[in-house]
Design a protein around this ligand. Sequence first.
Ligand SMILES: Cc1ncc(COP(=O)(O)O)c(C=O)c1O
Length: 364
Amino acid sequence: MQKIPLSKCFINPEVEEAALRAIRSGQYILGKESQAFEAELAAHTGTATAVLGSSWTMIVYLLHQLQGVGPGDEILVPSHTAFPSMEPLMHLGARPVFADIDDTYVMDLAHVESLITPRTVGIIGVHLYGHPIDNDRLLAIAKKHNLWVIEDCAQAQGAKYKGKTVGSMGNFGAFSFFPSKNLTVLGDGGCICTNNTQMADRLRMLRNHGRQGKYDHEFAGYNVRFNEINAAIGRVMLKHLDGFNEVRRKIAAHYDTRLKGIVQTPPRREWATPVYHMYVVRAEKRDDLQKFLKEKNIETGIHYPKPNHLQPAVAGLFPYVPKLPRTEQAVKEILSLPIHGEMTLEAADAVCNTIAEFYGRKAG
Ligand SMILES: Cc1ncc(COP(=O)(O)O)c(C=O)c1O
């Protein structure tokens, strides 16, 4: 059987031509393509502005600096997320405080509220796997306790919560354009979408050596800039994003129907329009199933096999080891199945049939 990949980058002549256009333009960093990409990203998300940076991790690091994040601060994050969600705050001496998950794999907001202390300054709400968190409830908790909210939209670009695009509801929405993401620039990249134009202006300066014009440096900054080739590519990808997300939803619906009763398919809240960055099932004998699928040339993943609260990088931050039973159970059972914006129903059928074969069953 031909390999069925876990994810796949879209490339067509339009993408190649965009890269060539940028190469031939003679301007390579933060030029017209980057400016247009920022405007288009803000319009797509529904925010006043967007600020590009070299990755999610670096642009959020700069944002935390501007927010004044520092030693003694506590920031609520899910343990069940990509490790970068908490890296920037750790570099500034703040402490991640880990919340457990609900059945849609995003932070359990009742647990989040119970973890708030006088040292808590903010919440990083991760729309994991492309399924939005309950933003109304998250924002109500933040308002009650006077906390900021960063929506981590790295896996959820284009997802909607009650019809509103994620990244437009918290104080800031943070996006990643890493090659596996729903919107990629075929390289590294990230951005912050926000209605706070003052912060955005300072962020633009901080990413570019703290300068206003060419030689006026108001403060010491960094080089977290964005390049024109990736911006030109990203602009083409953005035009296709909603279409690709629709394909992902169709594949997910197909998996839902055919895998029902064989593995545990991912639940979806009625207010969510997810974008299935990952399609994650829970499966008995998960490791054996993964091995069987690999033998049949079907690529799968485990996102993530080790909870972040148990990573060596955070040991020593706490006088105790946090206990998150639902996260600790989920990581033993989860399996990410192939899904991407160009996947066919035939490929999804092959995945379903192979999973059914493993369990000696027939797919629905
Ligand atoms: C949920 C989440 N947050 C943050 C990141 C970090 O993004 P980047 O690789 O652009 O720094 C990723 C990507 O790995 C992610 O999946």
